[in-house]
Design a protein around this ligand. Structure first.
Ligand SMILES: [Zn+2]
Length: 225
């Protein structure tokens, strides 16, 4: 059996590969996971879609590097602030898909498709395009995120949080998909949104039937033999 840390490393790399294959990453963005002892496993300062196991680094809660050859990302303070503010969060994805940038400067996320049901409680908008390069800004993003599972950063991108890397990958994919459908629907006219009751029922069913597995296996099959 894989050591839990080794398993986390594998899942982070896989997560990056899947998002890269789906065209949801650019040369920036990052994925991290909480480790025991106030440490964080993170992709380093390099394009996340190109990260291999040997590239992953370990940082402390202040963003200082503890292990690994690469350097921490410039926006590491966003990760450390969220981990400090949200003990329930075990992993974080930050990326800049065009679809998220587009909704971040307009209406924000509206649930117009089933893949958006995870976000029925809203994805607040952090109202600045500046990169999150210090603790003060990181704390503001964490405050904007509050107890939600996703936050949009105006004109910049999005950040998704979860209690495990499988869920993080699903949320990361579905956040972009629902934004894309919303943009398509907006071009056709006023869109009808899902009700809160519909979303709640949908997310409960997903948890029960482990549909995450089938969802993830499909995307993973696109990047591994
Ligand atoms: Zn960014």
């Amino acid at each position: 059996m894989l050591d839990p840390v080794e398993s986390l490393k594998d899942k982070i790399v896989l997560c990056c590969k899947v998002l890269q294959k789906q065209g949801m990453l650019d040369g920036y963005g990052h994925v991290s996971a909480r480790l025991p002892g106030d440490r964080i496993l993170s992709t380093p300062h390099m394009p996340p879609g190109k990260v291999a196991l040997r590239d992953l680094i370990v940082i402390d809660m202040l963003g200082q590097k503890l292990e690994g050859a690469g350097e921490p990302n410039g926006e590491t303070p966003m990760h450390t602030s969220i981990y400090r503010a949200r003990p329930d969060v075990q992993c974080i994805l930050h990326y800049h898909p065009d679809e998220l940038v587009a909704v971040s400067v307009t209406a924000g996320i509206k649930v117009v498709a089933n893949c958006g049901a995870h976000f029925y409680r809203g994805a607040p908008i952090y109202d600045s395009p500046l990169l999150i390069r210090n603790r003060k800004l990181g704390d503001k993003v964490a405050e904007t995120l509050s107890d939600r599972n996703a936050v949009l950063l105006r004109g910049h991108g999005g950040t998704v949080v979860a209690s495990d890397l499988d869920t993080l990958l699903r949320l990361g994919i579905d956040f972009v998909r629902t934004a894309k459908i919303q943009i398509m629907a907006a071009a056709l006219g006023a869109a009808k949104t899902h009700s809160q009751a519909e979303c709640e029922q949908m997310t409960k069913t997903r948890e029960r039937s482990n549909t995450n597995r089938r969802f993830l296996d499909y995307y993973i099959s696109e990047v591994v033999d």
